[in-house]
Write a protein of this length. Structure first.
Length: 345
């Protein structure tokens, strides 16, 4: 990179001739820290995510002498939380603080214009490593809003753990565990939507300024549509309360086509009315047992939990998960938008 005065920032879409170069910046930055275990989305998944209507997107490329040297991706929820925007920023040169700041400034300008007042960005740090992004984000006005533990479970599980999983899953206590690979049955969707809405109200969120989300059966279907477009294998396990017919718990796991050795446990929830029956353990165990058949290449299942959620962290330990690192959610409330502030005459 020859200097900031030679860099231009432009918007980018999957049709842009340098889209793959833009997307690869995130992967390159992730691999610097995590190697093949980076969670950065590969170019093909990002291209498919562009089609999702769940978020309005603005993607930015920093281009220097014809090469993409920095990337930013903004996502703004369209179905709820109209004040929020989440974003990610990455640079080919990890020391390019000035470029990163320029990208963040442009992200904030775009979000102000869109009427978004609260911005969120996450950092992930391996066990034993320092969070090199913390000082930059603090200087840019971002504060830690939530800290999560990143855990990984090696698959297949040991014979002893597998035997205990089966024993607990098969407990005869009025709850039934069912596992599905791919799309959910249509008659499950209303109950699944009800529980999905609880993810924004009944799980630890730290200081994140997230308002309740409105989930419908159509929104659940759209989520599965997106997983399908991205080429992901999806495995869900749910718990049914047999007396009431309510879905009492679920966990949603997906496996990317580009990194078939990683399974991502995206969401897990036990409804408050049904806690105390080991349902979190049971749905997570059911997926762990199903994955070797549903996605034979998977060697690790990855999950994130708020550091205060000791109950779920204990379940993870029982299931054989080990700590890999820490995820911090950073948050900033923007000051008044340009034009709203007073100016000297």
């Amino acid at each position: 990179m020859t200097g900031m005065n030679t860099v231009r920032i432009e918007r980018i879409t999957p049709e842009h001739p340098q889209f793959e170069e833009w997307a690869t910046v995130f992967v390159t930055a992730g691999r610097r820290q995590w190697g093949r275990d980076t969670t950065a989305y590969p170019p093909n998944e990002l291209a498919q995510m562009w089609e999702s209507l769940a978020h309005a997107k603005v993607w930015l490329a920093a281009i220097d002498d014809g090469d993409v040297v920095g990337s930013a991706a903004i996502g703004m929820p369209t179905q709820d939380n109209p004040h929020l925007a989440g974003f990610d920023v990455a640079c080919l040169d990890e020391r390019a603080t000035a470029l990163k700041q320029r990208l963040v400034d442009e992200v904030e300008r775009v979000c102000r214009e869109a009427g978004r007042t609260t911005l969120m960005i996450e950092t992930q740090t391996p066990v034993g490593a320092a969070n090199d992004e913390a000082a930059f984000l603090e200087a840019a006005g971002y504060a830690e809003a939530q800290t999560c533990v990143r855990n990984g479970q090696r698959l297949p599980v040991s014979a002893d753990i597998g035997a205990e999983m089966r024993r607990v899953i098969e407990m005869n206590d009025g709850y039934r565990i069912e596992t599905v690979v791919g799309r959910l049955p249509e008659d499950w969707l209303p109950e699944r939507a009800r529980l999905a809405g609880m993810m924004s109200t009944d799980t630890p969120l730290g200081a994140l300024a997230i308002e309740p989300e409105n989930w419908t059966p159509e929104r659940v279907t759209a989520m599965f549509d997106e997983d399908e477009r991205r080429g992901r294998v999806v495995v869900e396990a749910v718990a049914w309360h047999e007396e009431s017919g309510e879905m009492a718990a679920f966990t949603h796991v997906s496996v990317p086509a580009e990194t078939p050795w990683i399974a991502y446990q995206d969401d897990t929830l036990v409804a408050k009315a049904h806690r105390g029956h080991r349902l979190g353990y049971r749905v997570k165990a059911a997926v762990s047992l199903a994955l070797p058949q549903a996605a034979p290449g998977v060697t690790v299942q990855r999950t994130w939990n708020d550091e205060t959620n000791e109950h779920m962290l204990r379940i993870n330990r029982e299931l054989g998960y080990e700590r890999e690192g820490t995820l911090v959610e950073w948050q900033k409330v923007l000051d008044s938008a340009p034009g709203d502030a007073a100016h000297d005459a």
